[in-house]
Design a protein around this ligand. Structure first.
Ligand code: ZN
Length: 305
């Protein structure tokens, strides 16, 4: 008996050893393939065969006779993807055991429903009917690279236990926000810390965490730095607010799922209809939990075999 609906979303083998490679075949015609494989012996772990004829590729699912022997005859076979629906991609950096990495490769081949990947360690596996969750990661730059984007990518690169997620970065340049908010660039700009990595020609930059002498400046920061300013100097400066919260609404309206961060969140994650927030200095664990929270809320279909 075949185990799943071949039109199900995000079919990804949970173990690469379920996938066997058969090269140099005479034909990839579905009837020919079924006849070719039925009756042949298959290894006890084999469930899928990547069938190749020259540069063309088809994906076949097989069913073996129930047996505890190492090898047993194939009793039925069905083609899950014909050569027109299937592409063979060599991507040496891709870990075939991580669904998000498979989905990332498939993004470049959206004209086919099945992408077979020859990846890291020369393992061969596939993703059938990829429908990864598109996760908008919203962050403020500089500094470069965006820390949150980098963390999300590192978490997804190792996420064997998560369904496929691909990242859509939305990076807001705080310097552009400043230019937009002010008719003329202010001569002094106060930013939260030296790590902000801001450099503007003809503008003196002060760093709030160094508690500089009060000056006539414009604060380029989030609500927390505004609060700190009031504590330090007893006054509210002219502020250009660059809290990601401000920008989340625009993406949310397009129906995207947003992961971002906010200076006001101390620990853990905050899940709202607008976006899912992690703290400004989130750990990889918190980033992982936030991604999982979004996946559970959205309900990403995943068909590990
Ligand atoms: Zn904030």
């Amino acid at each position: 008996m075949f185990g799943f609906d071949p039109s199900a979303a995000n079919v990804v083998p949970s173990r690469y050893r379920q996938v066997a490679l058969s090269t140099g075949l005479q034909s990839l015609d579905p009837v020919w393939l079924e006849n070719h494989f039925i009756g042949r012996e298959a290894y006890m772990r084999t469930r899928f065969i990547v069938a190749r004829c020259g540069e063309e590729t088809a994906l076949v699912e097989i069913d073996r006779r129930q047996s505890s022997d190492l090898f047993s005859p194939i009793e039925s076979a069905r083609v899950l993807a014909t050569p027109r629906q299937c592409r063979y991609v060599v991507a040496r950096e891709t870990d075939c055991g991580v669904a998000s990495q498979m989905a990332a490769v498939a993004l470049d081949h959206q004209d086919v429903s099945c992408v077979v990947v020859e990846g890291r360690y020369s393992h061969v596996s596939f993703i059938l009917n990829p429908q990864p969750l598109k996760l908008h990661v919203l962050d403020i730059v500089p500094p470069f690279p965006s820390k949150l984007l980098d963390q999300v990518q590192r978490v997804l690169d190792l996420a064997e236990e998560l369904p496929p997620v691909v990242v859509v970065p939305t990076l807001i340049d705080s310097r552009a926000q400043l230019t937009e908010a002010c008719d003329r660039l202010p001569s002094r700009v106060l930013v939260p810390c030296r790590g902000s990595g801001i450099d503007l020609e003809g503008v003196t930059i002060d760093y709030l965490d160094e508690r500089p002498q009060a000056a006539d400046w414009t604060l380029l920061g989030c609500e927390r730095s505004h609060q700190i300013h009031r504590w330090f100097y007893g006054s509210s400066p002219t502020t250009v607010d660059i809290c990601p919260k401000r920008f989340a609404g625009d993406i949310g309206r397009e129906g995207g799922h947003i992961l971002t961060r906010c200076c006001l969140l101390q620990e853990g994650i905050e899940d709202s209809s607008q976006a899912t927030f992690v703290p400004w200095g989130a750990s990889l664990c918190e980033v992982h939990d936030a991604i999982e929270t979004i996946i559970n809320r959205v309900g990403v279909t995943w068909t590990p075999t």
